[in-house]
Ligand binder design. Structure first.
Ligand code: LMR
Length: 339
């Protein structure tokens, strides 16, 4: 009897020890953050995602492991926002022009032509309390915005020179999902086609679409300049990313993980903004130097013609966003619509 009791006690102690070490092992498992994005690793967002990974793993002393999935390798455009809301991915940095499907249409307002083309005005908007109000709307959709990344102003590429507004007539132009970008294309007489970023190169190569607008660093790293004949430096719009996470995931993190992550967010945001400004300027030079595409910078007069042609979109969008909201956006950006 005595021996049996000793054996049982020893077995129980052994099992308990196993459970304790298992518990410790599980507790020591790092928190996995999947960071999915649609651009090349060499693009500013690709570099900043890796920067975030380095800083997050360093500042949390390995309590977090970040897995970066570039080039739509995990999720394509639309899928990634759904996956974030479901909690299948923890971090994204999509263009805010793709937030419409989330049900927060107000973000489309930043696509109003020439509203954000000026760097100083754009910085004013990113710093304005108005974005705070929009962040609250995103939170109601289970999405927690952590930062805004400024990837600079848009240029157009196409297989036909785009100098005058009427040059767009009848062209099939790829757009991101925003209703304002749709209205811009229609105002120019083009046919807008919403398309995932990952499908764009092939669509340009095969002629499914005639052109698109983007930032030089995307045009370079995705090699769009190899399948397009003309590039117009128009700076008519802007590519703004929102670094977003799943709200439940973020709120559920212990402070000793969330605080160092917030620091990594801040520092990778500064890194992104510096890198994007430099990479977009360099990319435009490299594209020019390639000799594979003809680059035209709009003259002041040509630009005035585009502004005049596109101002009706601002009017048209008053019915969608309300006059008051649009005027609030003008005040926060310092933009004055030309009559
Ligand atoms: C696009 O779809 O053109 C861009 O938003 C892609 C990106 O994330 O830079």
């Amino acid at each position: 009897m005595h021996r049996w009791l000793l054996a049982t006690a020893a077995a129980a102690a052994f099992v308990a020890a196993v459970f304790v070490s298992l518990g410790a092992a599980v507790a020591q498992q790092p928190t996995i953050i999947k960071f999915s994005h649609v651009v090349s690793p060499d693009a500013p967002k690709g570099k900043a995602a890796v920067k975030f990974k380095e800083l997050a793993e360093k500042y949390t002393n390995g309590k977090v492991k970040v897995e970066v999935y570039p080039n739509s390798s995990l999720y394509k455009d639309k899928e990634e926002l759904e996956a974030l809301q479901l909690g299948s991915v923890q971090l994204l940095a999509p263009s805010i022009s793709k937030f419409g499907p989330l049900g927060v249409k107000e973000f489309d307002v930043f696509d109003l032509p020439f509203l954000m083309s000026d760097d100083a005005r754009a910085r004013q908007v990113y710093a304005s309390p108005m974005l705070g109000e929009l962040n609250k709307k995103l939170e109601t959709k289970g999405v927690e915005p952590l930062a805004y990344w400024d990837n600079g102003a848009h240029v157009y590429t196409s297989n036909k020179p785009l100098i005058k507004p009427e040059d767009f007539k009848g062209l099939k132009m790829r757009i991101q999902g925003s209703k304002v970008l749709d209205a811009v294309a229609r105002e120019l007489g083009a046919i807008p086609q919403i398309m995932a970023f990952s499908e764009l190169y092939q669509a340009l190569q095969t002629g499914v679409v005639d052109g698109e607008d983007n930032v030089p660093s995307n045009i370079l790293t995705q090699k769009f300049y190899e399948v397009q004949k003309y590039l117009t430096v128009s700076y008519h719009g802007r590519l703004t990313y929102a670094l977003v996470t799943n709200k439940k995931f973020w709120d559920g993190l212990p402070a000793d993980i969330r605080d160092p992550l917030a620091r990594a967010v801040k520092e990778s945001t500064d890194f992104f903004n510096e890198t994007a400004a430099k990479d977009n300027a360099d990319a435009l030079e490299k594209i020019k130097a390639s000799g594979k595409i003809q680059v035209h910078v709009l003259t002041d007069d040509e630009r005035k013609a585009w502004v005049t042609k596109l101002m009706p979109v601002h009017k048209e969008m008053q019915s969608r966003f309300g006059k008051d909201f649009i005027e609030k956006v003008y005040r926060s950006s310092g933009f004055t619509p030309s009559s």
